[in-house]
Write a protein that binds this ligand. Structure first.
Ligand code: SIN
Length: 287
């Protein structure tokens, strides 16, 4: 019997109390997995995870996905560095998105550990895509039933002159210190189609699965023709009713599910450093 306390957070997610992530027994792990599937993102406070602990924790949930585009931790390739230095203006993840939707089998989710935090700012927003779907009106639910959407990572990570990689100072402008790289690999990515509404592989609940960063159009339609429906869905998701703003503290850990949430790392701490360690866990095809 686990003594874990699951405290739902306003808007999205749950805080899990009463657990040391370095020492979970089988009952604790089962309770964390259940809360993760139900709430889409779970938060932990006052943890003391070393890099090895972080890796061991991630492996409890599935194989680790080695990030192709972010700089890796120098001693632990499993850990992607989500870093913004004091002299940098652009950050990683600074807009609503869900990671890896450009992959045929999108990653399950990520475990983010705070390492260096700014004095002020640097919070992360999360949005529930379960709630986004549930609160759509019946006509919109009928309109998107059975539709697919095309996802791509090239305009973010690729070599095009307008890609984030090329235009941001998180990109490869300083040889050896780049925080995003591997544009040639991004260029080789084939576009993928996922259902606009998925049945979540863990919870069995329906979730909206399009996002402003990586969804480029609806399947079988041009970008222009896709725009009104995608804009309507995004406007619905932008409402605050199912958002939660997570304030990082030393020892904070967030574990989000890419299939059930969006997230957005606020970029409101210029001149300060923010270093986060991210481990991403492999996922599966979505239906
Ligand atoms: C991300 O993985 O998108 C970054 C999240 C964050 O830095 O808060």
């Amino acid at each position: 019997m686990s003594r874990i306390d699951v405290v739902p957070q306003e808007g999205c997610g749950a805080e899990i109390r009463g657990v040391d992530l370095r020492n979970m027994d089988a009952a604790d792990l089962k309770a964390v997995k259940a809360a993760f599937a139900e709430h889409g993102v779970v938060f932990f406070r006052d943890q003391s995870l070393s890099e090895d602990d972080h890796i061991a924790l991630a492996e409890c949930f599935g194989p680790i996905n080695i990030n192709r585009f972010f700089a890796a931790h120098p001693a632990h390739p499993e850990i992607a560095m989500v870093a913004k230095e004091a002299d940098q203006t652009d950050n990683i993840g600074g807009g609503w998105h869900t990671d890896h939707s450009y992959d045929r089998e999108p990653a399950l989710g990520s475990i983010l550990v705070a390492r260096v935090l700014p004095q002020t700012g640097g919070d992360t927003w999360f949005a529930s895509m379960y709630a986004a779907y549930e609160t759509l009106d019946a006509a919109t639910k009928a309109e998107i039933d059975g539709l697919g959407a095309v996802h791509s990572g090239r305009h973010i990570f690729g070599e095009g002159p307008d890609s984030y990689y090329q235009t941001s100072d998180a990109g490869a402008h300083d040889e050896g210190t780049a925080r995003i790289g591997n544009a040639a690999v991004a260029e080789a990515l084939a576009d993928v189609v996922h259902p606009v509404v998925i049945t979540h592989p863990l919870s069995g609940k329906k979730a909206l699965y399009v996002n402003p960063a990586f969804t480029v159009r609806l399947d079988g339609m041009t970008k222009e023709a896709s725009q009104p429906l995608l804009a309507k869905l995004y406007a619905h998701c932008f409402q605050g009713d199912f958002h939660h703003r997570f304030k990082w503290e030393p020892g904070s850990v967030a574990f989000w599910d890419n299939r059930a949430t969006w997230h957005w790392a606020l970029n409101d701490y210029h001149g300060q450093r923010r270093i986060m360690h991210r481990i991403t866990i492999e996922g599966c095809a979505l239906h």
